[in-house]
Design a protein around this ligand. Sequence first.
Ligand code: PMP
Length: 406
Amino acid sequence: MFNPDIYRHDFPILSQQIYGKPLVYFDNAATTQKPLCVVEKIKSGYLEQNANIHRGVHFLSERATEAHEAARQKVQQFINANSSNEIVFTRGTTEAINLVAFSFGETFCKADDEIIVTEMEHHSNIVPWQMMCERKGAILKVVHFDDNGVLNIEELRSLLNEKTKLVAIAQVSNTLGTINPVKEIATIAHQYGAKVLIDGAQSIPHIKVDVQSIDADFFVFSAHKIYGPTGIGVLYGKETLLEKMQPYQGGGEMIQKVTFEKTTYNELPFKFEAGTPDFIGSTALAEALNYVEKIGMANIAEHEHQLLCYAQEKLSAIEKMRFFGNSPKKSGVLSFLVGNIHPYDMGSILDKLGIAVRTGHHCAQPVMDHFGIEGTVRASFSFYNTKEEIDILYNGILRAQKMFKN
Ligand code: PMP
């Protein structure tokens, strides 16, 4: 039996009191808390190992370079990429998607080509594609979901054709919690010669990811969603594609030779890493990946599933409770509204009780439009959460209901 209490000691922030109440942190889909080992890694990185990487011949620089490249290999192993050349460090999911939208778009897309996204995407997996389509005269198509939050795969099939260049899809929706069948989607897309980008921001902390098994062409995620630091993320791309794609940004590190007449570019993955990378962040990300691996992704998934089932059952007993996202395959995300209580009001009252939830459109306005609502309250779970915390949430919602006579 998984015991979250064993791990809560690794997260000092969780033992804080908020307004005199124990903190209940249910905003894990926005960002996760950091274990001591990750914070210690950042600290020792700056205190013992800080020197700019790659070009230095001195001891500290070589040690920092080795640690950064070892972190790249850790990421490669964690998502089972074929080569560390396929791992590009970015600022996060958003930058990784923008990189692909620009570089893939410039290299492979022309007027009238088509890109497919879904109705449940985060804005960061919509807007970069819109910008690319505008630049290239390409067309953005949308796959919709049903009222349970399940994607319409038949619609996807009907949209695909020889003009489709890429399908961009979240593995897990940050708002509905839906786990999408990305492997099946990749197979279907590939039948039409389309490439697939998988937004793994919400799947990487919860599900064991194997990019080769999914056959993802691109897979992106942010370190801060998987107990790592902010400001760093990952783009995985198949080497054959990355090789052909033109660079995203120009600058130091991404070049082989610069003259005023002509510049040649560095090999992978450095071609896509202009400027000084976050070489402290990369080692802290590797530490976070080691940490979750020690706990075991299967244990994490199982415990979070238990929390989700418990929360769904408990909260569904509340009068006028509406859940948004009832897919049979669902991650630990619960979006809800109670009667006419505005999500912001609910969130503010829960906050005064020490419960951190997120309110609003969750950067997924098309999802809100689907249901004709402005926003939801979202509780999102981590392996360090407990059933007792869900009981506290339940009581908090009842209290808000009483206050609003709703
Ligand atoms: N996609 C999804 C599904 C997300 O949940 C998020 C973060 N909320 C992002 C993309 C963007 O991630 P970041 O802000 O770390 O770049």
